[in-house]
Design a binder for this molecule. Structure first.
Ligand SMILES: C[S@@+](CC[C@H](N)C(=O)[O-])C[C@H]1O[C@@H](n2cnc3c(N)ncnc32)[C@H](O)[C@@H]1O
Length: 246
């Protein structure tokens, strides 16, 4: 039986790795690194850099594989994603080889529980491996740390959502603090800005980190301009923000 360890590696800072993550990497026979294509080369390189720093077991092999691209011709979103996850599971199978090694590890950005499909893809493997999850620092934690703020108000609720949800459905009923991820850019422009404060961060936890905060009405344009400039300079961007309406 193969054990597949999904190891949360934090959000791009090798110092985010826990001692548990480092031990798990070194216990693996094989570590798989996904390559996401030119535009996101930094993320594969970051995984390589992490391994150069923490992998000390000479018996551990490292294999890279190309992530399949989503078939945008499929109109239905769920069908498109399901087909893509099937294809990724197939590529994992091939990268693991046959017979599968006893211990395989995948380095997962942030933590596998938060807007990440690694667990759903792992569930497609046949035969099913033994799954182990090693928690990692999420981009949400890296954001609140960068701004030195608590996530919630005293006893207050927090809603975690996506840029698309915010753009399509507006401010969720009853929400006080919103954490917005996976925003293709500026979904906060779609809501009334009055009384809303934003804490925004790009590349949080990384050397390139940029953070901005303030009343949404005052800083939204600056965030948009900063985001566009950073994206052009690096060739890619990941950003996350908290919105709080009091
Ligand atoms: C596919 S999700 C993965 C989230 C990850 N599993 C986590 O625990 O943070 C990608 C989204 O996470 C956020 N994200 C991940 N890393 C980030 C970083 N270093 N800086 C800012 N946002 C980040 C962005 O909202 C991005 O669109």
């Amino acid at each position: 039986m193969t054990t597949l360890s999904l190891i949360g590696i934090g959000t791009g800072n090798p110092d985010h790795l826990t001692l548990q993550a480092i031990r798990e990497i070194n216990a693996a026979d094989l570590v798989l690194i996904p390559r996401k294509g030119e535009g996101k080369a930094d993320l594969a390189e970051l995984r390589r850099a992490i391994l150069r720093e923490v992998l000390t077991n000479p018996a551990t092999l490292v294999a890279e594989f190309d992530l399949p691209v989503r078939d945008e011709a499929v109109a239905d979103y769920r069908e498109r994603v399901d087909g893509w996850h099937d294809a990724i599971a197939g590529v994992w199978e091939a990268a693991m080889g046959s017979p599968r090694p006893a211990r395989v590890a995948l380095l997962v950005w942030g933590d596998p529980s938060l807007y990440d499909s690694t667990l759903r893809i792992a569930a497609r493997l046949s035969p099913a491996p033994d799954l182990r999850v090693i928690p990692g620092i999420t981009s949400l934690q890296a954001l609140t740390a960068a701004h030195a703020i608590p996530l919630n108000t005293i006893g207050g609720p927090v809603t975690i959502t996506t840029g698309r949800q915010l753009r399509d459905h507006g401010w969720p009923e009853g929400a006080e603090t919103l954490a917005v991820m996976l925003d293709a850019g500026g979904a906060f422009m779609a809501i009334p800005s009055e009384g809303v404060t934003i804490w925004w961060g790009a590349y949080v936890g990384m050397a390139e980190e940029i953070v901005l905060a303030g009343p949404l009405a005052e800083v939204s344009e600056r965030i948009l301009a900063t985001r566009a400039e950073a994206r052009a300079r690096h060739g890619w961007i990941m950003d996350i923000y908290l919105l709080r309406r009091m």
